[in-house]
Design a protein around this ligand. Sequence first.
Ligand SMILES: [Zn+2]
Length: 146
Amino acid sequence: MTLLHDASTVPTQTPSPAASVTPRLVPASIGRPGRVQTVHVSCPAWCVLDHLDERVVAVEDISHRGQVDHVEVPTMGDDLYSVFEVYSQLFSDPISEDPRMREASVVVTDGSNDAYLTPDMADVFADSLVAFAEQVRVLARTARGA
Ligand SMILES: [Zn+2]
């Protein structure tokens, strides 16, 4: 059986930014070994941590992290080695003294240094990465002699 739909009448769903940050209550393991208890904490929908599996000493120690994305810079002569690796993910620390850290922010890290970006800062940074990527393509074309 074939169903035909007029595409102009089919409602489209667009992701709601608000829906992606709606918190949910999740179980979390709190306490020192031998005195661990399970509590429920508010956790943003984008958080990928298993707060039940990743025990912390106190509720104040809980932070939230999103899915990690990364980019690598390879080098000639060693297919197994990346000279640079940069990672990004969403992050929030609900009890931070800095109110900006209590909200979702973007963390960009090389594994040693962490940069915490507000959404506006992340947009500006992303624009600079796009410009940088375009310049790398220009260099590649020049290197090919095009
Ligand atoms: Zn969480």
